[in-house]
Design a protein around this ligand. Sequence first.
Ligand code: SAH
Ligand code: SF4
Ligand code: F3S
Length: 450
Amino acid sequence: MVLDKDLAQPGAGKTYFVLNYGCQMNESDAEHYAGQLEDLGYAKAADFHDADVIVVNTCCVRESAEKRILGKIGELKRVKENHPGQIICVAGCMAQKDGEKLIKKHPQIDLLLGTAHVNSFKEILADFIADKGGRVYDDMAIPDSEFEGNRVRQSGFSAWIPIMYGCNNFCTYCIVPYVRGRERSRSIENIVEEVEQAVAKGYKEFTLLGQNVNSYGKDFGEKGMFAKLLRRVNEVPGVERIRYMTSHPRDMGEDVIRAVAECEHVCENFHIPFQAGSSRILKLMNRGYTREQYLELVEMIRRYVPDAAITTDIIVGFPGETEEDFEETLSLVKEVGFDAAYTFIYSKRSGTPAAKMDGQVPLDVKKARLNRLMEAQNVNSLARNKEMVGKTYEVLAEGPSQNNAGVWCGRTRTNKLVLWPTEGREFTAGQKVNVKICAAQTWLVKGQAE
Ligand code: SAH
Ligand code: SF4
Ligand code: F3S
């Protein structure tokens, strides 16, 4: 596909809006869609209703996400009726999963873009406008992952940096490997170049993204590449904070933990989803580690990085999960004392092995387990936050608090949300502020700027 000269700016004088759902990888992709739309001449609309092009960037990791998105796509039918000529693109994981079916059911969709076509959106849209292209792009042709193109970042100081795409793990509950394809890593040079360009624009914090960052570079046939990458990004002048997600407990090695301990700019926050506390369920999930191995990993992290915050993801109600299995999840949560946990009710994803497993757990049982789990974790979160009271932390300022006038918020290196009163002082987003913590709640801490 080659851009027609007179079509190089089909968006001149027109507007776009990207409605984004799902994980950080989708947020990163949404920035690429916005970048390409601006390349075509479109400007961001203040409200999606009025936009000439609407991109719905979708997620299908759980049924609840899909329901919300389908509701929005339904709403867009009416929006489009009031806005003739509006172009509706549905992109991302759900587009990949459902393909043509989606467009047949919802004819208001003009363009359907699977996950392998993020980088060619510009050409696809220009072809569509010129009546030269198709409407459905859901093949899994491996894109040139080295090409990143223009990007309109949401934040002015914190940047997403994808380091790899896809997933090879096939956890039995998860749809991601089917909709994101196999693992492909970007070269270190390419990643460092993007970091350097963002530093030049004033970015301070960098989050390296992948479904399993610990297997970064395995497709190059090399081991230990993720630790090397952390050390390399740590050396880029102007980088102040480095984060990464997500880690897989099976692949997280001592080399990575040592890199975190030794690199000045790599934050002391380990997000290591354990998913279930029972080794029997972990095996059914195809996670590749046992409860004991997970606890050994936590012990190693605490040994190298005693002040680390450890966070996790947990699923309740995986098929066959008994009360005893669930209690092992509860006891693991209490034993580790996580700083925070993202807890999910198992959602059946058709096409995954777990969807066909015996012993699907009734919804009321799943809900009751989720509540018990959240209660246990809230106790941990509050206890961990209380340990911060009386100490001073380096906070990267984000902006004024949405709910409290005269209050700013930001995050510690351990990724704790901190609020402090401005007391007439000026702060800027991306500025480092030392805050002495004076009060702790479950989800945040409060303090005074020094
Ligand atoms: N690659 C990352 C993120 C995957 S999606 C990882 O492996 O951690 C984020 C979280 O969603 C997962 O950690 C898991 O806890 C949850 N999840 C994935 N599939 C799910 C399903 N079918 N039902 C409920 N939760 C699910
Ligand atoms: Fe899904 Fe497992 Fe891959 Fe994470 S590691 S994206 S949970 S298959
Ligand atoms: Fe959702 Fe796709 Fe991310 S399914 S969680 S947007 S990889």
